[in-house]
Design a protein around this ligand. Structure first.
Ligand code: 5GP
Ligand code: ZN
Length: 114
């Protein structure tokens, strides 16, 4: 998608602080962090949102989930714990329509998601 900001980040057309990359998945620092650690994990392939994932994307979805654990270990937030958030569509407040996992950590969090 030519007008998608995260596709541009995946294509390295926009400078970004990349923290993890493999053939299918990229993780980078959120530009407006909501916690001491705030990363976004995206598929390099353009998928608008979680609910658009297809059976053919099952391996990709699994790779994204596995990447979260690898990243958490690599950046040292695994043992303390962290949160993974996916905003899906308008009511969830999704602003960028390219699937992304928010990975939030580095502090004790409360729970008031809605
Ligand atoms: P959403 O509300 O769609 O779940 O979250 C979108 C996230 O993308 C927000 O946390 C926002 O700060 C982040 N974001 C938006 N544009 C950019 C950008 O150009 N670079 C980076 N690194 N993060 C972005
Ligand atoms: Zn995209």
């Amino acid at each position: 998608m030519s007008d998608c900001i995260f596709c541009k980040i995946a294509a390295k057309q926009i400078p970004t602080q990349v923290v993890y990359e493999d053939t299918d998945v990229l993780a980078f620092k959120d530009i407006n962090p909501k916690a001491p650690t705030h990363l976004l994990v995206i598929p390099k392939k353009h998928i608008e949102k979680l609910s658009d994932l297809q059976p053919a994307d099952a391996e990709l979805g699994g790779k994204m989930l596995l990447a979260v654990g690898k990243i958490a270990e690599h950046i040292g937030i695994k043992d303390a714990g962290f949160r993974v958030v996916i905003n899906n569509g308008k009511f969830a407040g999704q602003e960028v329509f390219h699937l992304h996992f928010h990975v939030l950590g580095g502090k004790q969090m409360s729970w008031n998601p809605a």
